[in-house]
Design a protein around this ligand. Sequence first.
Ligand code: ADP
Ligand code: ADP
Ligand code: ZN
Length: 214
Amino acid sequence: MNLILLGPPGAGKGTQARRLEDTRGLVQLSTGDMLRALVASGSPLGQQAKDIMAAGKLVPDELVIEMISQRIDQPDVKNGFILDGFPRTVAQAEALDKMLADKGLKLNHVIEMKVDDAALVERITGRYTCAKCGKGYHDTFEKPKVDGVCDQCGGTEFKRRADDNAETVTTRLDQYHQQTAPILPYYASRGVLKGVDGMADIDVVTEQIAAILG
Ligand code: ADP
Ligand code: ADP
Ligand code: ZN
């Protein structure tokens, strides 16, 4: 099964994608994670991406399209994938269609996670992850069971993203409404678009997605 989780920054795409990895054996393909790895590599391409991401803008379509195309070819993706953060422009959605057709693959569901802008600011500014295993947390909405200790791996170091600050959030939300939201009618017209209430509790959203996937 191949899915897209579509929604603004902070909607809960990564949180739900990781749950789907555990329950369905799918692989999360996050262009944000791939780009952060590219930045960490210190390559010239990574340096260019770093400045764009810090400003809350979108990196060039060609870069993310090529990253996704190469990743989908890897053997661990053969049971299916969850795209998280891609496509983010109509050009990326069109390139994805062509890429999947060329590879003999198809999309089963595109799931829109709907969350109000006001809630997203709080989601993003309170977000952090375990430095060791990458499990996501939130200062208010998803705390570790034992303060300062990761539920999943016992790690005690956590990190916050450089772009998860109140200043950048506004630009990122503008980019979503201007560049990414126009993808929704594109998928609606193909009959693959479903919606979930991303404002609900994390477990409730998981149930809504499960109901769509069957
Ligand atoms: P995205 O990948 O869409 O940017 P995340 O999955 O990283 O979003 O979620 C953003 C933050 O909000 C994280 O700190 C996460 O723990 C929290 N979060 C995710 N889903 C919910 C939810 N349904 N209700 C409250 N907080 C949530
Ligand atoms: P979030 O879900 O919180 O918006 P991501 O981790 O998906 O965060 O993306 C972080 C940043 O990486 C984006 O603000 C953008 O600069 C860049 N990025 C990620 N995916 C894409 C994409 N598909 N196209 C262009 N830029 C992207
Ligand atoms: Zn951990």
